[in-house]
Design a binder for this molecule. Structure first.
Ligand code: CU
Length: 132
């Protein structure tokens, strides 16, 4: 005997549908649409894929190296870096500031990428606040 309003059930299923195929766990957990995400960049053939990644302040970016030589993801200017990632290894950083953040590999300076980081409110709409 469920007393949950039908409208809420419809909304819940809509969220699950919209979340497919990624971030299903977050949606099922009832996380708000503006919860931080984990975004993935692959390192293949001496390149970051995708080379330009849109993120939002608070998101986590994870690089996974598929090459047989080690690489890093290191912010230009040295604000952050992963450790040297051997083949199969991953490194993560949490993006703290908005703007375009260029980065490179410490060992292969020709390997470059960029994070295009929006402020928290820019990428995903927040729910309407009630009673304010
Ligand atoms: Cu490298």
């Amino acid at each position: 005997m469920s007393r949950r309003p039908r409208r809420l059930r419809v909304l819940t299923w809509s969220l699950v549908f919209l979340a497919l195929p990624g971030e299903i766990g977050s949606a099922l957990a009832g996380a708000a649409a503006d919860s931080p995400l984990t975004l993935h960049v692959e390192i293949r053939s001496f390149a970051f894929v995708p080379a330009r990644l849109k993120a939002r302040a608070g998101d986590t970016v994870e690089w996974t190296n598929h090459d047989f030589v080690p690489h890093t993801a290191t912010a230009n200017g040295g604000g952050w870096t992963t450790i040297a990632l051997t083949q199969g290894a991953s490194g993560r950083i949490v993006v703290r500031s908005s703007g375009v953040i260029a980065y490179h590999c410490q060992y292969h300076p020709e390997m470059v990428g960029a994070l295009i980081v929006a402020r928290p409110a820019e990428r995903r709409a927040r729910p309407t606040a009630h009673g304010k």
